[in-house]
Design a protein around this ligand. Sequence first.
Ligand SMILES: N[C@@H](CCC(=O)N[C@@H](CS)C(=O)NCC(=O)O)C(=O)O
Length: 232
Amino acid sequence: MLKLYYIPAACSLASHIALLEARADFEVEEIDYARGDHKDPKFLQLNPKGFVPVLLTDQGPITENVAILFYVAMQFSGAALYPSSDPFGFARMQEFNTFLSASVHVTYRHISRPRLFADGAEAAAALRAKVPEMVHRYFGLIEDKFRDGRTWVHGERYTVSDPYLFVYSSYLQWGDRGDPGRFPRVRAHRERVLGRPATQKALEVEGIPDPAIAFGPNFHQPAIDGDDPPSC
Ligand SMILES: N[C@@H](CCC(=O)N[C@@H](CS)C(=O)NCC(=O)O)C(=O)O
């Protein structure tokens, strides 16, 4: 059986929601960051990067949301969680998901993990100061997609891109990485995803009311044992 390893309200929430939308048979295991589960040799064997999500399959582990979401869309094709089943449809889905992973998430990491990019407090402050500009640019592009009145990221069909966007548009509501008020269509999309039964179920299992308010700036808590706090 499939098993998803997650940290509550972390980016693994996207894969969690997608598995529920697909009506997949799967188990979950919480990675307790404070306890150091992410450094446990057994977990590192599954993902040497020490990150969630990890989806353990009969064939082995899959890491990276983009890969897990693609796997869910393909493996549970009956749920039709992709824009269309031709190569173009899959390519557009991957295009959007990769943009979230490689551009939006990495920009957020400039706040949560500045030392991955440069050392020292001054550099960290400079990295953080740049984030709203880039977030406004990226979410401006996403907002533009919704100007034609579409319900979901790729049109009228809900796909695995929707819970993925939901995670990052939820963090945007924290207000420490740009002005969410600039993106009313993205916010309305977030509310639609939030209201779906699969999303509500994932939040219930992870024990959080809403990732937009689950942590907020509190997510960036003091380092544990000299380590960075869990963050996205
Ligand atoms: N590119 C990876 C990023 C994974 C990632 O950064 N995961 C974070 C949660 S959002 C994590 O595991 N953080 C634990 C840590 O920071 O040590 C993906 O999209 O799956």
